[in-house]
Design a protein around this ligand. Structure first.
Ligand SMILES: Nc1ncnc2c1ncn2[C@@H]1O[C@H](COP(=O)(O)OP(=O)(O)OP(=O)(O)O)[C@@H](O)[C@H]1O
Length: 337
C-alpha cells in the first residue's frame, strides 16, 4: 500500500541553500494493506517529515514514495487531490476549523469534493454516529473536550472514504484515559473498515496497544523495523531499548546510576509466576536491585518484564540459570556506560 524506496529529505536552510543535516536519509520501508504501522522516534528524528511525504505535504529530495500505486512526487494537482481523498490524516492539535460547527467540519471535505447536498448531509450524520458524536453536530470545537475534538478529526478524515489513515501524534495532547478511547476507535477502524493505518508517536505504549509492525527512527534513519512483539520484547537498537525501558518505567539515567550489569528479564506464561529471583540469588551469590517492571499485555498475550541490576557473585551463571528457566535475558547496560 505504501512503499518508501531510499527516501531522503533535506530542507532548505535559511538562505535557501540545502540544510546541512538531512531530516530523512535513505529510508526504505513498506506498509501492507490493512496493516497498522507505527513509526517511533525522539523529537527531531524525522517522524513528521516521513508521514507528510505520504500524502504529498512534503516532496522527497531523493528516492521514491509510492502510495496506492502512485509515485507521489510525480502527481499533478488533480492527482494529488485524488490521493488526498484516499489518504486521510489526523493531527496532534486536531486542526479543526473553529468557525464551523462539528457537522460543518466533517462535511467540509465532502463539499470540497463537490458532493451533492443530500449526500453530504447523510454521510456527515453517518460519520458522526461512527465516532459517537451524533448529539454534538451543532456544537463548535471550542465547546468540546480534547477527545471529542479528535473524534471530529477522525470523522473528517474518513469523510472521503480513504483507504489509508495517517495519525500524526494523534493522542499526544490527550490524557491516558482519552488516549485509550481514541486508540480503541482507531483500532476498530482498522478491523472493521480494513483501513491501513500509519501512526507516528514518541510513546512506546501507543505502539504496543495498536500496531502490528513498527519502524524505529533515529536521526533520519530507520534503525530497526519489525513486528511489535519482536521489537518490544527484544529491541536491537539503542533507541528502541531506551523507548522500551521508558515504557517499563525505568528512568533513562537508571542504567548509569547503578553498579553491575543491567538486564531486562522477560517472562511469558508459566515462568511469570515461579519464585525464580530468590532461587537464582541463593544459587549464584548474585545480588540484584529492581529498577522497574510491569506485567503487560501485547494485544492478546500477557507477559512480565523486570529490569534489574545484577552485582557480585557469578553474574554469568545467574543469566544462564534464568535462561534455563525459560526467561529471556537482554543486556541493557554495563556499569559506567
Ligand atoms: N519545514 C522545515 N524546514 C526546515 N527544517 C525542518 C522543517 N521541518 C522539519 N525540519 C527539520 O527536520 C528534522 C526532522 O523534523 P521532524 O519534524 O520530521 O521530526 P519529528 O521526529 O517529527 O520531531 P517532533 O516530534 O519534534 O515533531 C528536524 O531537524 C527539524 O528541525
Amino acid at each position: 500500500m505504501i512503499t518508501f524506496e531510499d527516501v531522503s529529505k533535506t530542507y532548505a536552510g535559511p538562505g535557501g541553500q540545502a540544510g546541512d543535516r538531512a531530516a530523512l536519509a535513505g529510508v526504505s520501508l513498506s506498509v501492507a494493506p490493512g496493516e497498522v504501522f507505527g513509526v517511533i522516534g525522539a523529537s527531531g528524528a524525522g517522524k513528521s517529515t516521513l508521514i507528510r511525504l505520504i500524502n504529498g505535504l512534503e516532496t522527497p529530495s531523493g528516492g521514491k514514495v509510492i502510495v496506492d500505486g502512485d509515485d507521489v512526487a510525480a502527481l499533478g494537482v488533480e492527482g494529488l487531490r485524488s490521493l488526498r481523498r484516499r489518504v486521510g490524516m489526523i493531527f496532534q492539535h486536531f486542526n479543526l476549523l473553529s468557525s464551523k460547527t462539528v457537522a460543518g467540519n466533517v462535511a467540509f471535505p465532502l463539499k470540497l469534493a463537490g458532493r451533492p447536498d443530500a449526500e453530504v448531509k447523510a454521510r456527515t450524520a453517518e460519520l458522526l454516529a461512527r465516532v459517537g458524536l451524533s448529539d454534538f453536530a451543532g456544537k463548535y470545537p471550542a465547546q468540546l473536550s480534547g477527545g471529542q475534538k479528535q473524534r471530529v478529526g477522525i470523522a473528517r478524515a474518513l469523510a472521503t472514504g480513504p483507504k489509508v489513515l495517517l495519525c500524526d501524534e494523534a493522542t499526544s495532547a490527550l490524557d491516558p484515559e482519552t488516549t485509550e478511547q481514541i486508540l480503541e476507535l482507531v483500532s476498530g477502524l482498522n478491523r472493521e473498515l480494513g483501513l491501513t493505518i500509519v501512526l507516528i508517536t514518541h510513546e512506546m505504549d501507543v505502539v504496543r496497544r495498536v500496531c502490528d509492525r513498527v519502524a524505529v527512527l533515529e536521526a533520519g534513519k530507520v534503525v530497526e523495523t519489525g513486528l511489535v512483539e519482536q521489537v518490544f520484547l527484544h529491541p536491537a537498537s539503542a533507541t528502541a531499548r531506551r523507548f522500551v525501558m521508558e515504557a517499563d518505567g525505568v528512568p533513562g539515567e537508571a542504567g548509569a546510576a547503578v553498579d553491575g550489569r543491567v538486564v531486562r528479564l522477560t517472562f511469558r506464561g508459566e515462568a511469570t509466576y515461579r519464585p525464580i529471583l530468590g532461587a537464582v540469588a541463593r544459587e549464584t551469590g548474585v545480588d540484584y536491585s529492581i529498577l522497574g517492571g510491569r506485567i503487560h499485555r501485547l494485544r492478546e498475550t500477557p507477559y512480565g518484564q523486570l529490569t534489574l541490576s545484577l552485582t557480585g557473585g557469578d553474574v554469568e551463571a545467574a543469566i544462564a540459570r534464568f535462561q534455563a528457566d525459560g526467561v529471556r535475558v537482554d543486556l541493557v547496560a554495563e556499569a559506567g556506560r
